[in-house]
Design a protein around this ligand. Structure first.
Ligand SMILES: Nc1ncnc2c1ncn2[C@@H]1O[C@H](COP(=O)(O)OP(=O)(O)OP(=O)(O)O)[C@@H](O)[C@H]1O
Ligand SMILES: [Mg+2]
Length: 270
């Protein structure tokens, strides 16, 4: 049966409030709305503390909204499941250190009871997709940071999720490796047609890769400042006028003093 909303993420009026250990309440994000279509490459952008990881964790099912709801394919997200996988920033601790690269990539399939031959074939194909077929029998400690992130991506894709959630996955890498992995991720996205939701505070990363950029105001009480569709063709040329215009526009949006306060007043008066 084909579900009309298959793969659609519908964020409906979501607010997330945390209780802190000293008995206070902190509202990270407030009244978020967004509809994310299957196959979109969406960036969540904003200053530190604006709630990007909070939103990603709710999408993963690690956290629940305090108010509102998030639907996936028409039903509320109740917890983590195999339709979504998460790639974390932590290049050191994110892989199982006692398993080879191949075993790490096969892990989710093994848990799902997939036969050995099938999971080996799938892991081989994915290691080839991320350019690591020659490293399948290495241990994680023998890899560079960029290679570990590629293994994480292959491991995330192994169970064939609809959605890949990425929380600053390249944040700890040097500039050159980061640029290389950005190109690779763009190619992987084009080949796999997965929905990717990518958290960053790097404007250039967004403008280089995104279909759509959801810009958050400063937190707490963060809201969506702008939801920008990026129509520019790929691969994008950072020297082009369209690229630098959009970069400048977002930079102004994030760094103009009082933007959040003005937004707050406008929303309260609307
Ligand atoms: N488990 C928690 N308990 C209490 N407060 C939390 C918790 N997790 C996040 N917060 C608070 O929610 C707000 C948003 O945090 P979050 O980690 O989502 O921001 P972020 O945009 O991902 O920041 P960064 O760019 O620094 O990673 C912050 O004020 C943070 O202190
Ligand atoms: Mg974060």
């Amino acid at each position: 049966m084909i579900v009309a909303d298959d793969g659609v993420i519908d964020i409906r009026n979501v607010t997330k409030t945390y209780a802190t250990r000293d008995g206070q309440c902190i509202t990270a994000v407030r009244n978020l709305h967004a509809r994310i279509e299957p196959g979109q490459f969406v960036f969540l952008l904003g200053p530190s503390g604006c709630g990007k990881s909070t939103v990603l964790n709710m999408l993963a099912g690690f956290e629940k909204p305090t108010d509102g709801e998030i639907l996936l394919s028409g039903t509320p997200i109740g917890g983590p499941d195999s339709r979504r996988t998460v790639v974390f920033q932590d290049v050191q601790g994110s892989l199982f250190p006692w398993m080879t690269v191949q075993e790490n990539v096969e892990f989710g399939l093994k848990m799902a009871g997939t036969q050995r031959r099938t999971r080996q074939a799938r892991a081989n194909a994915l290691l080839s997709l991320v350019g690591l077929q020659a490293f399948s029998s290495r241990m994680p400690f023998e890899l560079s940071g960029g290679m570990r992130q590629r293994v994480q991506i292959a491991r995330g894709l192994a169970i064939d999720p609809q959605i890949l959630l990425m929380d600053e996955p390249f944040g700890a890498l040097d500039a050159q490796t980061r640029a290389l992995l950005q190109s690779e991720l763009e190619r992987i996205w084009q080949e796999t047609k997965k929905t990717i939701i990518f958290v960053t505070h790097d404007i250039l990363e967004c403008v280089r890769l995104a279909d759509r950029i959801i810009v958050f105001s400063r937190g707490p009480n963060a809201r969506v400042l702008r939801d920008i569709c990026v129509p520019n063709a790929r691969p994008r040329n950072p020297m082009s006028g369209a690229f630098s215009d959009l970069t400048e526009e977002i930079d102004l949006l994030l760094h103009t003093p009082g933007t959040s306060a003005r937004l707050e007043r406008a929303l309260n008066n609307s």
